[in-house]
Write a protein that binds this ligand. Sequence first.
Ligand SMILES: [Zn+2]
Length: 428
Amino acid sequence: MRKILPFTLFLFAVSPLAYSAPGAVRCGKLLDVRSGQVLSDQMVVFDASGTIISVSASSSIKLPNGVTAIDLSNATCLPGLIDVHTHLTGDPTGNGYASLGISVPRESITGVKNARLTVRAGFTTVRNVGASGYTDVALRDGIDAGEIEGPRMRVSGPPLGITGGHCDNNLLPSEFHYKAEGVADGPWAARAKVRETVKYGANLIKICASGGVLSKGDQPGTPQYTLEEMQAIAEEAHKLGRKVAAHAHGTQSIKGAIRAAIDSIEHSSLIDDEGIALAKQRGTYLVFDIYNDDFILQEGARAGMLPESIEKEKKIGRLQRENFRHAHQSGAKIAFGTDAGVYPHGENAKQFGKMVEWGMKPIEAIQAATVNAAELVGWGDKIGTLETNHFADLIAVSGDPLSEVHVLEAVKFVMKGGTVVRNEYAAK
Ligand SMILES: [Zn+2]
């Protein structure tokens, strides 16, 4: 301990994050994402730690000494967006057999590139659900230390899965003895894997409850982890203060995961009425990645995806969108997650249009990516709205996102924790 402490302090002292200043942003319009109301001429004031200290009418505010407001009087401000399902260390070029040639260090470099694209697209927080070699932990820590540009990250480390399942790697024949690092069979092995993943820095646990689209030799609709295994994982993770996200396309796996007290269902493709009712009863979040279907069908073959993957997507994509609409109409809790990495990073906001096309009002799609996502991430008191004591994570767009949600695909101003990441409104 005596050796470690000075080293830690030294790292903290050189962190650029330690140096910040109070400031303010003047918003011509500001969307209150809780109420859906648009407020005119608002001033958001934050302190040197990048925390909001007030949000009020510009005319009523006297700025602290030395503070000049950033002028966004021609723009609409919103809280920074949140994507709860990303894979920043992967690109859509590394699919199928091409993925075998990508080293873990190379994935880290890819992550640095994608973290920047993501935050500059207005996503100031992401939940990264699955990465090799703890590259996601390294990426999160590099961003938090101010060494590289990127969103706030909550990361899972390697996803847990059964031998031969969606979260194993099934591309090589047996003589290579290859097994993905998150593979754990049986309740106790799965508990041990939860402990190991937490030990190396995971903020949450990701598991593969059912088969998947981009994996070889399995079917999205078929179960993988048993109820007993999922109960063990959820209990162990919750004991250690971690939430669990379950990849689940299949009807049975979705319901099993909800019954096992898992916190969010990722993909949710073949959810039925009973599954929706269970999710509502337990407060489980549903995440539907309904944009990337278009990318997989149009670009998947060129991106190296296996022919079987494209066939699987053809069967499941439309059903997922229909079930998204049904789950939303039934009042289930939905958080915005896109599976970025399956399609190119930085295009996350393209999913808003799909969510509106399939039954949400624009404000509901925005709430899925702000207040709802913040609650699922476990940071409902820090992100997802522009209010006192929240991080000054603020974006701005031209136009009205409540009548034309596509304007979120062209974010022109991004601030994270009081630091400007991008400002196209600045006088040139
Ligand atoms: Zn994913």
